[in-house]
Each structure stands twice: as C-alpha cells, then as structure tokens.
Design a protein around this ligand. Structure first.
Ligand code: PEP
Ligand code: MN
Length: 343
C-alpha cells in the first residue's frame, strides 16, 4: 500500500509513520517529492488494517495496491478454478445448468420436475427447503423433510442437488443431504453463516446480495475461502434497481468484472434477476455470452400452484427450449456440460 502524507507533515510525523509501519513487520520505502512525501509499504498488506495507519497524525490517505480479498483474487490464483459438485464440474470451461422449483414441494412434484429438467439437459437440481420469505406468514419451506425429498429426486434422476441454508444451526443437516450449499442474497453478508459453511468442505453457491458491490461479494467469498473451503461458486442474481419493470436489475456486466478480478466460477440467475418468464431466456443467453460458468433457472410444472415464485417459473417446455439454445452457445464457446448418470 501507499501512504500519502499531508503536505505540511513534519519530520517527526514522517519518522513516526515509518516506525509504526516497521512495528507491523512491514518495510517502509520513503519517497520525497517536491510537493508531497509518500511511503511505499512492502509486505503482506492484506493482513494489516489500513484504518489505524489513516489515523496517524500527518497521514492524508492510505491507498491499497492489492485487492482486500487475497484468496479470491486472480493474483493468488491465475488459472480459473473448477468446482466439482458430486461429479458435475463448474468453471474452467465447464457450464452448470442448475434448474428446479423455487421451493422443494411434495415428492411427486419434485420427481416430475427433476425428470423434465434432466431430459432438457440440466445437470444440477435446485429447490429451497428453508425459504427466506419477506412475510413471516408466507410458506417457509418443508425444512429437513424437504432436504430428503430433494435428495431423493436428485438421486433418482442423476442430478446433484443444491439448496439454501439460512441458519448456522441448519448447516449440518444441509451438509448431510445436499451436494452444494446455497447462501442466498439476503445472507451474503451473514458472516457467522459464511464462516460456518467455510468450515465444511461442501461446494458453496454464494449469491450476490441485492445491494452488494462486486467487492462486497468477493469479500464474502473470502470469508468462506479463509476457513479452508475452496469450493466457492459466485452467482449474479440482480441488484436493487429503481425501475419496477424487472424484479431486480440484472447486472450482467458484473460477470465479466468478476472474471477479471477472481479465479472463482460465476453463474447467472436470470429468474431472480428479472422475475419475468419472457425475459429469462434472453437474459440466460446474455449471461453465457458474457462468460458465465452456469445458468440457474427456476422451473415449475404448474406455476399457479407453486409454493413460491410461481410467476417467474418457466414451464418444463420453455426450459427445454432455452436449454437447447444454451447448449448451442456453450458449444460455440467450447464449453463442456458435464452430467452424472441417474439410477
Ligand atoms: C432462491 O434461489 O430461491 C432465492 C431466494 O434466491 P435469492 O437469494 O437470489 O433471492
Ligand atoms: Mn425463488
């Protein structure tokens, strides 16, 4: 990092800053200009807080040189990471096709949906057993019973399963029944929960918070990585916008931004990003075109009976149509879609 001193900084103040830097185990490189003096700090800057340095008298600003997320950064890991979800690869040229209902519902319905999405080419089944609902009176999910139903449907059709966890106390159950743990947008900065899933070795699908910057997202990934769990997949699912035309504002450019900054795979969720079935197919393709490592789409065979997010669900037939186009685009970009066999 670079410490910029105030124009009138005294010699005593400059020496004091150097002493503080050295006391932190870092090297200080003094550079005196005509108008300003700066101190280059050499060492592991990500491990020290810049705030106390900013508070030293005579310091005007502290400018980090490296990103604050060390493990998630491209510098730390120049090659793209591949995350494996029970045999299905995501990243590094491998495309995930995650589909399923918003919430896990009764076994027959899950079986119907799983069969349909598998036939359409999906490689991972999704469904929430613990649902983050705005209203406490809305359907909250089937809980552990839902985890078992999801597991059974996935096993039956050769689809690894991903499901959301909201409460650190539920991590052991989700770890037991699922192949991938989802952290939803509302919990992206629940640091206790991030630490808890970081202690597992299960792949984590980390969705971008609705008001989170790309840097916030990468810092949340860093929480998981710093616990030793390197299996993190990011997800762009739209941020809060001012226009009610779509449910959220689909920030498709953030996929390319993340690709430049991090080695972690990133997928897109055009279902929650747009909230509109008519916009999901084109926005799914836009995500793949911009470099996403996967597409996450909500599918329901009877949206009017769905327990949550029915209005944005694609019918299996609509999913099959967009899946065929995704496959064409994936082939154009030389991407592979890995699958695992069913029972
Ligand atoms: C979901 O995937 O069902 C969900 C609630 O998504 P998000 O956290 O992105 O709103
Ligand atoms: Mn949903």
């Amino acid at each position: 990092m670079i410490i910029i001193l105030q124009s009138g900084a005294s010699e005593d103040q400059i020496q004091h800053v150097i002493e503080r830097v050295e006391a932190l185990g870092l090297k200080a490189h003094l550079s005196r200009g005509t108008f300003r003096t700066i101190i280059g700090v050499i060492g592991e800057e990500q491990k020290i807080a810049s705030e106390p340095l900013r508070a030293i008298p005579g310091v005007q600003d502290v400018v980090p040189v490296l990103p604050p997320y060390k493990l998630a950064s491209r510098e730390a890991h120049p090659q793209p990471s591949i995350v494996e979800v029970a045999g299905v690869k995501i990243g590094g040229g491998n495309l995930a096709m995650i589909a399923g209902p918003c919430a896990v519902e009764e076994p027959e319905r899950m079986d119907t949906i799983a069969r349909a999405i598998k036939a359409a080419g999906a490689n991972i089944l999704r469904g929430g057993a613990y649902k983050p609902r705005t209203s406490p009176y809305a359907f909250q999910g089937l809980g552990e019973e839902g985890l078992k139903i999801l597991r059974e449907a996935g096993d039956q059709h050769g689809l690894p399963v991903v499901t959301e966890v909201m409460d650190p106390r539920c991590v052991p159950a989700v770890e037991k029944w699922a192949d991938m743990i989802q952290i939803g947008a509302r919990n992206m900065q629940n640091f206790v929960l991030l630490t808890e899933v970081g202690r597992t070795r299960k792949p984590v699908l980390l969705k971008r918070g609705m008001s989170a910057t790309v840097e916030d997202l990468l810092m949340s990934a860093e929480y998981i990585l710093s616990q030793g769990n390197s299996n993190v997949v990011l997800c762009e699912r739209g941020v809060k916008g001012f226009d009610k035309a779509t449910r959220n504002l689909y920030d498709v450019a953030s996929v390319a931004v993340v690709k430049g900054l991090s080695h972690l795979p990133i997928i897109v969720d055009p279902s929650h990003a747009t909230g509109r079935p008519d916009l999901i197919p084109p926005c799914a393709l836009a995500g793949v075109a911009v470099g996403a490592d996967g597409v996450h789409i909500e599918v329901h065979d009877c949206p009017e009976r769905a327990k949550s997010d029915g209005p944005q669900a694609l019918l299996p037939k609509q999913y099959a149509e967009v899946a065929a186009k995704i496959r064409q685009l994936a082939a154009m970009f030389g991407k592979t879609i890995s699958t695992v066999p069913g029972r």
